[in-house]
Ligand binder design. Sequence first.
Ligand SMILES: NC(=O)c1ccc[n+]([C@@H]2O[C@H](COP(=O)([O-])OP(=O)(O)OC[C@H]3O[C@@H](n4cnc5c(N)ncnc54)[C@H](OP(=O)(O)O)[C@@H]3O)[C@@H](O)[C@H]2O)c1
Length: 276
Amino acid sequence: MEDSNIPVATLNNGIRMPWVGFGTWRLHDGEDAYRAVRHAIAAGYRSFDTAMIYGNEKSLGRAIKDSGISRDQFFITTKLWNDDIRKKNALKAIDLSLEKLQLDFVDLYLVHWPIEGRFVDVWSDMEEIYRSGKAKAIGVSNYMIVHLEELLPAAKITPAINQVEYHPRLQQSDLYDFCKVHNIQLEAWSPLMKGETLSNPTILKIAKKHHKTTAQVLIRWDFQKEVITIPKSGNQKHIVENIGVFDFELDPNDMADIAAMDQNTRVGEDPYHVYF
Ligand SMILES: NC(=O)c1ccc[n+]([C@@H]2O[C@H](COP(=O)([O-])OP(=O)(O)OC[C@H]3O[C@@H](n4cnc5c(N)ncnc54)[C@H](OP(=O)(O)O)[C@@H]3O)[C@@H](O)[C@H]2O)c1
């Protein structure tokens, strides 16, 4: 990742991960995902977030291969889907994801959702995947404090990442503090609230002050909160815009104004009730 200008975080096992990556949910396999990822690579992104359930691992893998940029410059995340968690199929699922991605390993493999009755047990398979070298880091996604409190005493390896819904309307300060204390790096999904916070008056006011866009303010806010973030876009202009966040700084007033926006509002599924 040394040839990219995006700053990197160091995870709890020493692995380095860019603070801003590229989300790929709803980019359809084929030209849609392929073209967006190629634009993102050209713009300077090196971290890409996919999942088995997104159905676009093949296009992501092809775009990475065709870029001609060496594998060690990329940070690739994929996720173990709920059906595979329920069927105890993790060891086969990672092989299938790697085959689609045309990779020997992913940089990060995540348990996608905390499946009731399985969210602790599945972790020993994740640890085996880590030991096999098929994932350079392992983590969880959508784990709330109640899930982590059960998982951590049973874990030999502490999750490197917890990827959760996180934006000004859902700041989850208890979970944020819990992850800091346990050295689990928080990662934000739907950092733009799927676009909903882009027209918020508070964010608009801050954006105007810094001559930036509202998307840039939200992404910069994650960076200053030390939360890894993965905005998604299929639009070349937005793709470029969303990594232009390292040439300005939100001041304490801006941070306080955004802190005051928290409403405990989700745009995604509720991790306490995973029925899918
Ligand atoms: N672990 C999980 O359970 C989980 C769940 C959800 C998401 N995720 C991950 O997190 C990623 C991001 O979340 P998300 O895709 O839900 O939502 P998001 O990144 O918060 O928002 C994406 C939306 O914002 C728009 N957008 C992006 N940049 C913009 C800009 N600069 N100006 C205006 N609009 C802009 C996009 O439209 P355009 O495409 O037109 O730019 C799209 O409609 C996903 O792609 C996925 O990788 C993980």
